[in-house]
Design a protein around this ligand. Structure first.
Ligand SMILES: [Zn+2]
Length: 81
């Protein structure tokens, strides 16, 4: 099987800075903020660096122990302690 080259991420659209949403969980689900920015729910893993960008609505999720933004369309996913 031929090895495919690494996929290149889509270029970031020029525009306003992404909205940053602080979350407590290492895993979140996002389905947008409704209307034009609504999108199918996707699960995002914040990984080791504690940040991830939603590929649909470009919001950036940042792990922040202690603070948490109650942003619309964002669901913190418990890993089940
Ligand atoms: Zn999103």
């Amino acid at each position: 099987m031929a090895r495919k080259s690494a996929p290149t991420p889509p270029p970031l659209a020029a525009g306003p800075a992404p909205e940053v949403v602080r979350v407590h969980a290492h895993r979140v689900a996002c389905d947008g903020v409704g209307g034009a920015l609504g999108h199918p729910r996707v699960y995002l893993d914040l990984g080791v660096d504690g940040t991830v960008d939603c590929p649909y609505c470009d919001r950036r999720f940042v792990l922040d122990e202690g603070h948490g933004d109650d942003a619309p369309g964002v669901y913190e996913v418990s890993d089940g302690h």
